[in-house]
Ligand binder design. Structure first.
Ligand code: KIV
Ligand code: ZN
Length: 403
């Protein structure tokens, strides 16, 4: 794992939960491309898919395990229901990875037990224990999620977690499956787990959350304050319904406010010590790549990676920023990989400037594709004074990816 023990572990699920949003399907090649970039970004774990879900998903997990799951790369993970066939498929697809993890889950809230699983609490408790042990027979690194944990009776949740840890789960993940919780409530839940699950010290506490009320990132930050050490998130916050906690928002919040989220177990935070292994300079590029390949647009006012995130429109703000950036900026655009002196591309721009900008946007094209795209760019530049990033992305999407 990239992760150093006392840092916050970033578990990226763009290729699993992220891909579970309408219209965001990716082919295997695209998934591998994103996985490579996630590895450059420095995520500790890539949840590459749900191997049992379809042959395409199995193939994607396997290919990512083979190409990105190298010794110095991230852990590659596959999701699996707490069902033997799912777990077996996950283990099989993950075989080529040097470091692999099975993430198995079962619902624990009464509403899911009654209407979805049609099982009793004691039946689910036994299944969780048995399936964690089964996953453990394939590999050491097993994560367990009690789905809909936030709406589960806490006393029952503690029991399930204790049994999953006793059966070998090294990470126990607490999902806010329906995006219902609030920061103080979620923080208290994590604290309750720390205080009431007797063997909790044998596992890492992870959190997973959806953004139905727009609170996922705030909930996670409170969870960190109360002992969560792994954050499950997606690039641009894509995912089921309103999406998941956004990786770029979490990482930059931890970066900008590092003194407030000290994971160093009581030791003081050195002023420049990073709290995660993420190379923040890769954030913008990763965001553009995911947006382009999934077709999920990023809203202009989206925190960190939106087109307006570092743009100052009002005269007072512009004046302040010109005098001293800190007047209206809490972080540097360069820290997420945006260049400060952005070259404005137009009809006089050459191939090199064109290639450089495409690289910053996450496109690494072959010479042939670059030539094709460059001709198309020159054509457009004759008609338009300035070529925006959106124009460039449209050119690459139309000209290269469709052919
Ligand atoms: O939202 C959820 O509960 C999930 C689980 C599978 C972890 O995605
Ligand atoms: Zn989810």
């Amino acid at each position: 794992m990239h992760a150093q023990q006392d840092r916050i572990i970033i578990f990226d699920t763009t290729l699993r939960d992220g891909e579970q949003c309408p219209g965001a399907t990716l082919n295997v090649e695209e998934k591998v491309m994103i996985a490579r970039q996630l590895s450059r970004l420095g995520v500790d774990i890539i949840e590459a898919g749900f191997a049992f879900a379809s042959p395409g998903d199995f193939n994607a997990v396997q290919q990512i395990a083979e190409t990105v799951g190298t010794e110095d790369g991230p852990v590659i993970c596959s999701l699996a229901r707490a069902i033997k066939d799912d777990i077996k498929a996950a283990a099989e697809a993950l075989k080529p990875a040097t470091k692999a993890r099975i993430h198995t889950f079962i619902s624990t809230s009464d509403i899911h037990l009654e209407y979805q699983l049609k099982k009793s609490r004691s039946e689910v408790l036994a299944i969780a224990e048995e399936m964690v042990a089964y996953a453990k027979s394939f590999m050491d690194d097993v994560e367990f999620s009690p789905m809909d944990a936030v709406r589960t009776d806490p006393e029952y949740l503690y029991q399930v977690l204790e049994r999953a840890i006793a059966a070998g789960a090294k990470t126990i993940n607490i999902p806010d499956t329906v995006g219902y919780t609030t920061p103080s409530e979620f923080g208290a839940l994590i604290r309750g787990i720390k205080e009431n699950v007797p063997n909790i010290d044998q596992a890492i506490i992870s959190v997973h959350g959806h953004n139905d009320l727009g609170l996922a990132v705030a909930n996670f930050l409170e969870a960190v304050k109360n002992g969560a050490r792994q954050l499950e998130c997606t690039i641009n916050g894509i995912g089921e319904r309103a999406g998941n906690a956004a990786l770029e928002e979490l990482v930059m919040a931890l970066h900008v406010r590092r003194q407030h989220y000290n994971p160093y177990l009581g030791r003081p935070v050195e002023s420049e010590a990073p709290l995660t292994n993420i190379d923040t300079h890769q954030i913008y590029k990763t965001s553009r790549l995911v947006s382009n390949l999934t077709g999920m647009l990023v809203q202009p006012n989206k925190a960190i990676v939106g087109a307006n995130a570092f743009a100052h429109e009002s005269g007072i703000h512009q004046d302040g920023v010109l005098k001293n950036k800190l007047t209206y900026e809490i972080m540097d655009a360069q820290s997420i990989g945006l260049t400060d002196n952005q070259i404005v591309l137009g009809k006089h721009s050459g191939r090199n400037a064109f290639r450089t900008r495409l690289k910053e946007l996450g496109f690494e094209l072959s010479e042939t594709d670059l030539n094709k795209a460059f001709l198309r760019f020159k054509d457009l530049a004759d008609k338009k004074k300035e070529i925006s990033d959106w124009d460039l992305e449209a050119i690459v999407n139309d000209e290269i990816q469709q052919t």
